[in-house]
Design a protein around this ligand. Structure first.
Ligand code: ZN
Length: 159
């Protein structure tokens, strides 16, 4: 079957900044499973997947605006150093911070004695990305999956 709204799609991906080395890949782990058409992946990738079938591979360039958005100014925040635990911090480093809204990837801007300035932009914000994608399988979502808005079973939620 072809990918359409309410499909469950499992796929492998490799993502890079356009013209550069790979930043991240799923090839050394389980494929990612998503409920298609529900905004669970970036818009540019969702668009590029429409009507594809299991076994298909494709590459697609996604402009920043259709990926993680443009980098926004004024997203700096000062955070007490104790929130970072014992790790050694350097400007430019990306770390995952535990926030009230769950884990969030941030970029270290400045390290002080007791506080750290971080940039809350997504690390891939403002970047034009290239994805290489291999569709592993496609099936229809169950009524329960549609109700929950996410995939159950392989590569999805277990609960
Ligand atoms: Zn669920």
């Amino acid at each position: 079957m072809k990918i359409a709204k309410d499909s469950v799609v499992r796929f492998h991906y490799t993502v890079s900044e356009v013209g550069q080395e790979a930043l991240e890949s799923s090839n050394d782990r389980e494929p990612l499973a998503i409920l298609y058409g529900h905004g669970n992946i970036i818009p540019g990738l969702e668009t590029a997947m429409l009507d594809r079938e299991a076994g298909e591979s494709f590459g697609v360039d996604v402009a920043a605006a259709d990926a993680y958005g443009e980098k926004r100014d004024g997203l700096s925040q000062r955070v007490p150093k104790k929130h970072f635990g014992a790790q050694k911090l350097e400007p430019g480093m990306q770390v995952v911070l535990q926030t009230n809204f769950g884990p969030r990837a941030v970029t270290i801007e400045k390290v002080g004695m007791s506080v750290v300035d971080v940039d809350l932009n997504h690390p891939m914000a403002g970047k034009d990305l290239h994805f290489d994608v291999e569709i592993v399988d496609v099936r229809e979502a169950s009524a329960e999956e549609l109700e929950h808005g996410h995939v159950h079973g392989d590569g999805g939620h277990h609960h």
